[in-house]
Design a protein around this ligand. Structure first.
Ligand code: ADP
Ligand code: MG
Length: 544
């Protein structure tokens, strides 16, 4: 222990004889100690201790009012058991029993008067050194305790992180299992449906010219309609978990634009006027400058619209939905924060699963499953934070588009200019679905149920494109196509064929493109983009 540190010690001297005090002060002073306090009044000792804790007390035994033994007793009670405040007792009474009594009452060392100055200095130094060591041990113990506490905290955090990762892994696993199941079911189911729908079409062709045709035809049509419904259902299910296809239509896209479009498109659902006067839902956007992403705009828009509808549902008394974008950690992050009812933990954990809904009859439970599938296929991640009563935040992140990806991207099928399209299909549902899709994409659409009205329409106006079913009651799709090309050679034709026909057989000089039913929106858009580019001249053989 270095002397400088020892000499910095605070020393308290208690002796009723002022001459003794002066002598001790002198001795200690000349040994280098500067922080000396002293008193001749033993009853003041406790106050002095209260002012500042000394490092050592030099204590006389025989004093009036309160002798050294009584003070030792008080000190014993005052000082905590694990502390070490050395007390050096000084006395003229050299009797062994006095020494013993003092030592057993809490004194640490003992000096008999008259004392040698050198011995005083040495004993004080020894005691101070012990105190220093004691303080050092205490300090280290304290540090150790702090370190243990800190480490414990770190371990607790690691444990909770681990648990969260585990939860996520379990959820991912569950979604994967749903995906595998959905893929298996859709595959087998689709095969069965192909046969049903295919033979329906064959049967319809055979119906032509037969007796009781109308009745039989109606039955077959009914079977077909049900089959097509099932096919659409299966397709939706498949949409959630299908892996990203190689030729998925991807464009270099500004996510901020998609956000704005989704907000604008959903406005009728959340705007004050449509909700009634006493409910106010506000949608705020905070869109930062972000890199483009590689995505399918319509899929992303669908996902966003679903999230917006959910948020609106979650704010039955009104509220604020805030959509923000930013670029962090090399990810394009989109956040949707509502201050609605929030989700209990159990709901949060299951909400991405298909058919999970808390809305009873009003919900399908397919919205978030679809959102998850879309985000996943875009290489994105989806996280949900929610507090019941406070609201929910969906955090979606995408990788930014890379320089080399930009070159390889096909122009989006959606980029076709607005077209005037004629649909000919004898199934009203098919007409409705396709019209709806195409109208959404900004085209002008007219739908008819047979060849004759189709030809009248073509004769009466200019159409860029005819999308026709092959099997129709009055005229086949190919017959219609041939007639249309006679009247209006520049009109392109997309023929929808059934699964029972061989695709090669459908391609002909009058058909620009043949598609096998059921046709997805993505396929339809791509086919439109392909037949409408100038590289495909009217009347050329189909690309199929
Ligand atoms: P649906 O809306 O048909 O119920 P979703 O898959 O879209 O199906 O949502 C599943 C469930 O997740 C909802 O029923 C609801 O309980 C919960 N949920 C989704 N979004 C929110 C939200 N923003 N706030 C609170 N709960 C939500
Ligand atoms: Mg929903």
């Amino acid at each position: 222990m270095d002397d400088a540190r020892l000499q910095n010690a605070d020393i308290l001297i208690v002796d009723d004889e002022p001459l003794n005090l002066t002598l001790l002060q002198k001795i200690l002073h000349s040994a280098g100690y500067t922080r000396l306090r002293s008193t001749t009044e033993p009853r003041k000792v406790m106050d002095l201790l209260g002012e500042k804790e000394p490092d050592i007390i030099l204590l006389d035994l025989q004093m009036p009012h309160l002798d050294g033994f009584a003070l030792l007793q008080q000190l014993k009670q005052r000082n905590p058991p694990n502390s070490y405040l050395p007390i050096l007792v000084l006395t003229a009474d050299a009797m062994p029993q006095t020494k013993m009594r003092a030592l057993s009452s809490g004194a640490h060392d003992f000096l008999t008067k008259p004392f040698s100055p050198a011995e005083v200095v040495q004993r004080v130094a020894n005691l101070l050194q012990t105190r220093q060591l004691h303080l050092e041990v205490r300090r280290q113990n304290h540090n150790l305790e702090e370190q243990v506490a800190e480490r414990t905290k770190e371990l607790e955090k690691a444990l909770s992180d681990l648990k969260e990762t585990q939860d996520k892994a379990i959820q991912q696993e569950r979604l994967n299992a749903f995906g595998t199941m959905a893929t298996g079911i859709t595959h087998d189911f689709n095969n069965a449906l192909s046969v049903i729908l295919g033979y329906c079409e064959v049967a319809l062709i055979e119906c032509e010219g037969k007796m009781r045709r109308n009745e039989l035809e109606t039955h077959i049509q009914t079977i077909m309609t049900a089959g097509l419904d099932a096919s659409r259902m299966i397709k939706r299910l498949r949409e959630f978990y299908r892996p990203q296809a190689k030729d998925e239509p991807r464009t270099v896209l500004a996510l901020n634009d998609v956000v704005q479009q989704a907000v604008a498109t959903t406005k009728p659902k959340w705007h004050a006027e449509s909700l009634g006067a006493d409910i106010l839902i506000d949608i705020e956007t905070d869109l930062a400058e972000i890199p483009s992403i590689l995505a399918d705009a319509s899929e992303l828009r669908d996902a966003l619209m679903n999230l917006i509808f959910n948020a609106v549902d979650a704010m039955p008394k009104g509220g604020v939905l805030r959509l923000s974008t930013k670029f962090v950690n090399n990810r394009v992050v989109l956040q949707l924060r509502d201050n609605g009812i929030g989700m209990p933990e159990e709901v949060r954990r299951h909400c991405l699963e298909p058919f999970f809904t808390t809305k009873g009859e009003a919900g399908t439970g397919l919205g978030l499953a679809m959102v998850y599938g879309i985000v996943d296929r875009h290489g994105g991640t989806l996280e949900i934070e929610s507090t019941p009563g406070l609201g929910t935040t969906f955090i979606i992140s995408f990788p930014p588009v890379l320089e080399e990806q930009i070159k390889g991207v096909k122009p989006a099928p959606r980029r076709t200019r607005p077209l005037t399209i004629l649909i000919a299909d004898d199934q009203p549902e098919m007409c409705a679905i396709m019209s709806n899709h195409l109208l959404n994409d900004g085209h002008k659409v007219r739908a008819v149920m047979d060849g004759k009205p189709a030809l009248e329409a073509i004769g009466g106006g200019k159409f860029d494109l005819l999308i026709t079913d092959h099997v129709m009651p009055g005229m086949s799709g190919k017959q219609l196509a041939a007639a249309v090309k006679e009247i209006s050679p520049e009109t392109r034709v997309i023929l929808l064929t059934s699964m029972a026909e061989r695709p090669a057989a459908s391609a002909s000089r009058v058909v620009d493109r043949a598609l096998t039913k059921p046709v997805s929106l993505v396929d339809l858009r791509r086919a439109i983009a392909e037949v409408m580019t100038d590289s495909v001249a009217p009347g050329m053989p189909a690309i199929a």
